[in-house]
Design a protein around this ligand. Structure first.
Ligand code: PLP
Length: 388
């Protein structure tokens, strides 16, 4: 009846680094042999505010001692405080917030809310997009490798070319419930949206009555040098989806919507058991506090600029991709060997798309850290460390 002596196994769905991590502090993690690594992976960007940032850990502990569970049916201080904190950073137009646990769940909510509000079915997404792996989000995720084995997915999804203004003008219409877009595509290769592209999406949605969803799960919370990446463009969404960094490492996500969308929803039309729990909300308040008090976005902008300049000394500028501290290099080949060689020098990095070496460092990464990365990378790319 039971597995008994046989050890249950973890499903192997991720590439492995051959590393056992035992602790983390700010931009560093340590393995079980006591080696320190500079972390430019940060759990796919989640530990942007640093590993176990003491200001967040303290608040989370404090809340855990008080109460850990209270559903949305009950009022709690930590949730009220998190809403108050978020009011300081959310676009004014987005008055309603709903908490979930992961990015993909927040995307699911955004899709449902836009359908309810518009009464329409069609979604528009873009090539190289990534919105998550549950059935709805997956339907809007571009990579066929992720989608194919799980079809049939949602019908009524149209993929247009990222940054293709004419596609938007032609295919966003009166049947469209929402256009969902990443301002900088993360998993798809660090592709930055053009202003014209986002402006056309905004205008076309205004004209046809569909909703604009900005998926800022990876770009949000200061990562690109502004609190929200869309602030680089001065263009606002009707629905904002955020996750990863917003809980300082605690699993939490949110969907923020305009008052018209928020007021179109009835009790029971969406829900979540863990979403908005007291501990997650405490993590959000503490994280917003760090974000604002430590001028995180500004630091990410300055440090990102420095990182980019230094990378520009070792690779052609046109190969450098991304925005702020969401940076990468298009190597024109699978970056896995480079990732491995960097790891040998105690630097953890990751991949984006098929050919991009990606760096998602925490905002407190120093110039010395960056100089070290660039020095090692320069050696690696010039072939010095490649095995013969
Ligand atoms: N949206 C974007 C832009 C992402 O980068 C991700 C994850 O990488 C998701 C959604 C899904 O988030 P999660 O893995 O927390 O479900």
């Amino acid at each position: 009846m039971f597995l008994g002596d046989v050890l249950a196994k973890l499903l192997q769905l991720y590439p492995k680094y051959g590393l056992r991590i035992v602790r983390g502090y700010m931009q560093y993690v340590w393995d079980d042999k006591g080696n320190r690594y500079l972390d430019l992976h940060t759990g796919y960007g989640t530990a942007f505010l640093g590993h176990s940032n003491p200001k967040i850990v303290e608040k989370v502990y404090e809340q855990m001692r008080k109460i850990m569970v209270a559903s949305y049916s009950f009022d709690i201080d930590s949730r009220d405080e998190s809403i108050e904190a978020l009011s300081k950073i959310l676009p004014k137009k987005l008055e309603y917030v709903f908490f979930q646990n992961s990015g993909t769940e927040a995307v699911e909510a955004a899709l449902k809310f836009s359908r309810k509000y518009t009464g329409r079915k069609k979604f528009v997404a873009f090539t190289n997009s990534f919105h998550g792996r549950t059935m709805g989000s997956l339907s809007l995720t571009w990579n066929p490798k992720y989608r194919k084995p799980f079809e049939p997915l949602l019908k009524d999804v149209v993929f247009l070319r990222f940054n293709d203004v004419f596609g938007v003008e032609r295919f966003v219409d009166e049947e469209t419930a929402a256009v969902i877009v990443e301002v900088v595509q993360g998993e798809g290769g660090l592709n930055v949206a053009t202003k014209e592209f986002l402006k056309t999406i905004r205008e076309k949605c205004n004209e046809t009555g569909c909703t604009v969803i900005f998926d800022e799960v990876q770009t949000g919370f200061g990562r690109t040098g502004k609190i929200w990446a869309h602030q680089h463009y001065g263009i606002e969404p009707d629905i904002l989806v955020a996750g990863k960094a917003i809980g300082g490492g605690f699993p939490v996500s949110l969907v923020a919507v305009s008052s018209e969308i928020g007021e179109s929803l009835e009790p029971g039309e969406h829900g979540t058991t863990y979403g908005g729990n007291p501990v997650a909300c405490a993590a959000i308040s503490a994280s917003v506090n760090v974000l604002l008090k430590d001028n995180v976005a500004e630091k990410a902008r300055e440090t990102g600029k420095y990182f980019r300049e230094r990378l520009g000394k070792i690779v052609p500028k046109e190969k450098i991709k991304g925005l702020g501290l969401m940076l990468g290099i298009d190597l024109g080949e699978n970056p896995e060997l480079t990732i491995k060689l960097l790891l040998n020098e105690k630097i953890i990095s990751l991949k984006a798309g098929e050919t991009v070496l990606r760096f998602l460092p925490p905002y407190m990464i120093t110039r010395e850290d960056i100089n070290y990365v660039v020095k090692v990378l320069s050696n690696v790319l010039s072939g010095k460390n490649y095995p013969s």
